[in-house]
Design a protein around this ligand. Structure first.
Ligand SMILES: C[S@@+](CC[C@H](N)C(=O)[O-])C[C@H]1O[C@@H](n2cnc3c(N)ncnc32)[C@H](O)[C@@H]1O
Length: 253
């Protein structure tokens, strides 16, 4: 039996939900466009609080998703009770009865599988669940995104409507040998100047070398692999891109 996820618990989820992602609308439009071309059911693994899954569902597309975090899914369900989502780890996903015309994993979440063997195994799982002729679209962060200011504490705050707030202190480090970015994250919920609850997590993310991921996609069986460095589909051309977006296909039978 797999241990529960040690990240994305209550305070982390609340902080995440209050944070705004700079180019979210652009990212959402990018995935909505794939949804328009999909010929059937869509899947968003690692769907979190539903920042993509909910608006894509509300736009009329048949979409479902899963996530390992109970708390992230709880928030998603509060926002959209009718959403079809369930709790599951990517590495365990296995539905013989389901094939999807589009599977997508936005925002570099894929790298949260910091064990490269889990990543390779999960790509094979994704391939098995894409319908023939369907697409898989996934974003990964590269070693070029490794933070420049490491080994010092950073602080960020999200304030609630009642004036209480969540403070997040992070201490990032990066190892070029293992390609793993680590951050100790300490969340504090502060009400009337008193720390009420805390949560500490070891956040880990595997950062890929520029030409690493396409090998794994190819080994998993995907073909017609395209590699973009932004949501305008600028073809990736150098190893300075911090984020890479891969679009690939499963051949028709
Ligand atoms: C950065 S969040 C992104 C969520 C979503 N794309 C969004 O924008 O709301 C990453 C999500 O991946 C989930 N996650 C991390 N590791 C996972 C795994 N091995 N299997 C399934 N979900 C996982 C976390 O619980 C979290 O909700």
């Amino acid at each position: 039996m797999r241990e529960p996820l040690k990240t994305y618990r209550a305070l982390c989820t609340e902080f995440y939900e209050r944070e705004s992602h700079l180019n979210h609308q652009e990212a959402l439009d990018f995935y909505l466009n794939y949804a328009r071309h999909a010929k059937g059911l869509i899947l968003e693994p690692m769907c979190g609080t539903g920042r993509f899954l909910i608006p894509i569902g509300q736009a009329g597309f048949a979409i479902e998703g899963f996530d390992a975090s109970e708390q992230m899914l709880e928030v998603l369900k509060q926002k959209e009770p009718s959403a079809h989502v369930w709790q599951e780890f990517m590495q365990d996903f296995n539905r013989d009865d389901k094939r999807y015309s589009l599977i997508f994993v936005p925002y570099g979440s894929w790298g949260l599988m910091d064990n490269i063997e889990d990543s390779k195994k999960s790509l094979k799982i994704m391939y098995d669940h894409v319908a023939p002729g369907g697409k898989f679209v996934v974003e990964i962060e590269t070693v070029a995104s490794a933070p420049k200011t490491v080994n010092m504490w950073h602080r960020a705050v999200q304030t609630r409507n009642d004036g209480s707030y969540i403070a997040l202190n992070t201490y990032p480090t990066y190892s070029p040998e293992t390609q793993i970015f680590t951050a100790i994250c300490r969340y504090e919920s502060i009400v009337k100047n008193q720390i009420k609850t805390t949560e500490t997590e070891d956040f880990k993310m595997y950062l890929y070398h520029y030409d690493e991921f396409e090998r794994y996609l190819h080994d998993a069986g995907f073909s017609d692999i395209k590699k973009y460095q932004d949501y305008n589909k600028t073809v990736a051309f150098d190893n300075k891109a911090p984020l890479l977006i891969y679009e690939c296909s499963k051949k028709r039978l």
